[in-house]
Write a protein that binds this ligand. Structure first.
Ligand SMILES: *[C@@H]1O[C@H](CO)[C@@H](O)[C@H](O)[C@H]1NC(C)=O
Ligand SMILES: *[C@@H]1O[C@H](CO)[C@@H](O)[C@H](O)[C@H]1NC(C)=O
Ligand SMILES: *[C@@H]1O[C@H](CO)[C@@H](O)[C@H](O)[C@H]1NC(C)=O
Ligand SMILES: *[C@@H]1O[C@H](CO)[C@@H](O)[C@H](O)[C@H]1NC(C)=O
Length: 228
């Protein structure tokens, strides 16, 4: 708001539109503030992960202009890996169907060159629609809904090389020393306060954390619930 107050105020008097309308473009163009950096460690079938992705992360990510929230997701969670005869094998907390879900997500990340705006709609769709044991049905639906090639994603899933991609997720997750999922790291930090604030009211938390001019989407956000 601040950056355009002068000219906005003038125009408001003249044409009677709201300051927010006028500031929408200029504030997104002029800020040099760093985005809020969020890394989510999750596994495909964990209920709280699904809740966080579909009710907090995805809606917040889509509501904010680009450059405000930098999202990275790491679909591995509490899985375990071992290398056998040259190939990686994985065991997942919610069984082999969860490993498949993690792998589909990992292939979607690779398919979109790890570009959040390209993979998040697909990930949100998977977390919304997957019925336990019917991962490939969800893949079919979510690929079509997001103009991604189901065949390419399936090729990745069935390719032994996808184990190498998943192994990278394992290494990243091990480095983060997570204790549970979803595990939320913001600007390189994980604390109980950050975790709870982000989990319960991500929009409010990101709006407070972002140091640049507040985007319009932050205007109507009420304070996050008290954190414990
Ligand atoms: C977004 O996060 C990724 C992964 O942590 C990082 O490599 C990248 O530099 C970040 N982008 C911005 C604009 O901060
Ligand atoms: C290990 O890989 C080799 C070459 O691919 C194969 O011939 C052999 O049967 C494999 N061994 C086991 C135990 O899977
Ligand atoms: C869908 O993807 C194809 C291949 O990547 C691309 O050529 C096409 O423009 C995309 N269509 C839409 C509506 O995004
Ligand atoms: C990952 O993406 C790269 C670049 O698009 C592609 O060449 C590679 O085959 C993909 N890996 C797998 C396992 O699909």
């Amino acid at each position: 708001m601040m950056a355009c107050r002068g000219i906005a105020a003038l125009l408001v008097c003249v044409v009677g539109v709201t300051a927010a309308d006028l500031c929408l473009d200029c504030q997104e163009d002029t800020t040099t503030a760093e985005p809020v950096d969020l890394v989510l460690y999750y596994e495909s079938m964990c209920p709280y992960c699904r809740t966080f992705i579909t009710t907090q992360l995805y809606p917040t990510f889509t509501a904010l202009p680009s450059g405000v929230l930098n999202v990275t997701i790491v679909p591995y969670g509490n899985a375990r890996e071992r290398q056998r005869n040259g190939t990686w094998e994985f065991a997942c907390q919610h069984g082999s169907v969860e490993c498949l879900g993690n792998l589909i997500a990992t292939c979607a990340l690779n398919y979109t060159s790890y570009t959040p705006s390209d993979y998040m709609p697909f990930i949100n769709c998977m977390e919304t629609s997957t019925v336990h044991g019917h991962e490939l049905t969800a893949l079919h639906k979510c690929a079509a809904a997001n103009n991604m090639s189901e065949a390419d994603l399936l090729t990745c899933v069935k390719n032994e090389d996808s184990g190498v991609l998943m192994h990278q997720m394992a290494l990243t997750t091990e480095n983060a020393k997570i204790n549970f999922v979803p595990w939320i790291v913001v600007n390189g930090q994980h604390t109980t306060s950050i975790q709870n604030s982000a989990y319960r009211g991500l929009m409010s938390f990101v709006c407070k954390t972002y140091s640049g001019p507040k985007p319009t989407a932050c205007k109507d956000v009420t304070d996050a619930p008290v954190i414990g």
